[in-house]
Design a protein around this ligand. Structure first.
Ligand code: G3I
Length: 333
C-alpha cells in the first residue's frame, strides 16, 4: 500500500499524472513508475488541437489513442485535456478560422473528439484558461479567437456540445492562478467564481472546476483561510474540484538540491493539506511524474542552469521528499 494511487484511493481520492506517449515508450523505468503510482492519466499535449488536428479536415488520434489504451490496459482513469484553449492551436488555425466558420469548426472539434472517446473519459477539460484579468473586460474573459469570433457564450456552447456528445463524462472548467489570493489581488478567483455562477445559473452542464495548481516556489505559503473559502464557494455551487496540474516552479529557489527539495515538499504538503480538507476535491494530478519530463525545464529554466525539481520522482524515478509529502497529505486527508 505504498504507492500514491493506493494512499489516495484509501481516502476515496484519485491520484494521477500527465503523460507523453513518447516518454512512456522510450523509458521503461518511467512506465513502471507511472503504472505503480498512477490511477489516472491525462495527455500533456497529445490531445490538444495541434496534436490531433493536423489539417482542418483531418483528425489524427494515433498518439492520444495510444495513451487511452495504455490507461485502460492498466486500469487507470483517462481524462481529456483540452477541447477549447487559445494555445496549442495548429499552424493552419490563423489562416483558416474566421467569424463565419469558427462556430462550425469548434462544434465539429468538440463533437468529433468527445464522440471518439465517448464513455471512456473520466472528465474533460472542456474550456482551459478562459479568464485573463489583464485583458480588461468586466467579465474577466480572456480575449481569445473564440471570444472574438463567437462572443462570451462560446463557453456555455462548448459545455452543452460536450454534454450532448458524451453524457457520461464529467465536464470541467480548468484554469491557473487560483492557489494564491495575492495573485492579481484575488481578482482571478472572483472572476472564475462569477463565470461558474453564471454558467450554473443558466443550467449549463458543468460539473467541476480544475485548479491547475502550478505552485510558485518563491511564494512562501498560502493564505489557508482565503483558499479554504474559495474552495467552499466553488463547492457551494454544487461543483466538484480537481487539482489538475500540480507541480512547483522552483526557478527562484536555492541551488542546493536538498534544501530546495525540502521547500518544494513543504509547498506540496501545505497546499494539499488545505485543499484535501474540502470534500468536493476528488482528484489530484501532477503535471508529469518525474523531473526528467517537465514543462518547467523549458518554460522556467534556472539561472544556475541546474535541473529543475518540480515533481514527486527525480530523473532516475527515485522518490523525492515531494513524494513523501504527497503520501503524508493523502494519509492525513
Ligand atoms: O510537437 C513536438 C513533437 O513533434 C515532438 O515529437 C515532441 C518530442 O520532442 O515535442 C513536441 O514539442 C512540444 C512539447 O511540449 C514537448 O514536450 C510541443 O510542440 C509543445 O506544444 C508542448 O508544450 C506543451 C504546452 O502545454 C503547449 O501544449 C507542454 O508540454 C505542456 O506541459 C503545457 O501544458 C500546459 C497545459 O496544457 C495547460 N496549463 C499550463 C501547462 C504548462 O504550460
Amino acid at each position: 500500500k505504498n504507492s500514491l494511487k493506493d494512499r489516495a484511493a484509501a481516502k476515496g481520492l484519485i491520484y494521477g499524472a500527465a503523460a507523453v506517449k513518447d516518454y512512456l515508450v522510450s523509458n521503461t523505468n518511467l512506465k513502471t513508475s507511472f503504472v505503480r503510482e498512477c490511477n489516472m492519466l491525462v495527455p500533456d499535449y497529445q490531445l490538444k488541437w495541434d496534436s490531433i488536428r493536423p489539417h482542418p479536415k483531418k483528425f489524427d488520434f494515433t498518439k492520444s489513442d495510444w495513451l487511452a489504451q495504455f490507461a485502460r490496459r492498466h486500469g487507470m482513469f483517462f481524462r481529456g485535456h483540452t477541447l477549447v484553449w487559445h494555445q496549442a492551436l495548429p499552424v493552419w488555425f490563423k489562416e483558416v478560422v474566421n467569424r463565419k466558420n469558427a462556430e462550425s469548426l469548434l462544434l465539429e472539434h468538440i463533437t468529433t473528439v468527445t464522440k471518439h472517446y465517448g464513455g471512456k473519459i473520466h472528465s474533460w477539460d472542456v474550456v482551459n484558461e478562459a479568464i485573463e484579468i489583464d485583458d480588461g473586460r468586466t467579465d474577466g474573459l480572456r480575449k481569445t479567437p473564440w471570444l472574438e469570433f463567437l462572443g462570451a457564450d462560446y463557453i456555455e456552447l462548448a459545455f452543452r456540445t460536450a454534454a450532448a456528445c458524451d453524457p457520461k463524462a464529467m465536464l470541467v472548467y480548468n484554469d491557473y492562478g487560483l492557489e494564491y489570493d495575492g495573485y492579481q489581488d484575488g481578482a482571478k478567483r472572483t472572476a472564475v467564481l462569477k463565470l461558474l455562477e453564471r454558467l450554473k445559473s443558466r443550467g449549463t452542464p458543468i460539473h467541476a472546476l480544475g485548479m491547475q495548481s502550478h505552485l510558485m516556489g518563491h511564494i512562501p505559503g498560502f493564505n489557508a483561510k482565503k483558499l479554504r473559502s474559495f474552495l467552499a464557494d466553488v463547492a457551494s455551487l454544487g461543483l466538484k474540484i480537481l487539482i489538475t496540474e500540480l507541480d512547483v516552479v522552483d526557478q527562484e529557489l536555492t541551488s542546493d538540491p536538498i534544501a530546495r527539495d525540502r521547500i518544494i515538499a513543504g509547498l506540496y504538503e501545505d497546499y494539499l493539506n488545505i485543499v484535501l480538507d474540502e470534500r468536493a476535491v476528488i482528484a489530484v494530478l501532477t503535471w508529469g511524474l518525474s523531473d526528467k519530463y517537465t514543462w518547467v525545464s523549458s518554460f522556467y529554466p534556472r539561472s544556475d542552469k541546474s535541473p529543475v525539481r518540480p515533481l514527486p520522482l527525480d530523473s532516475n524515478m527515485k522518490y523525492k521528499l515531494a513524494w513523501n509529502a504527497m503520501a503524508r497529505a493523502f494519509d492525513h486527508a
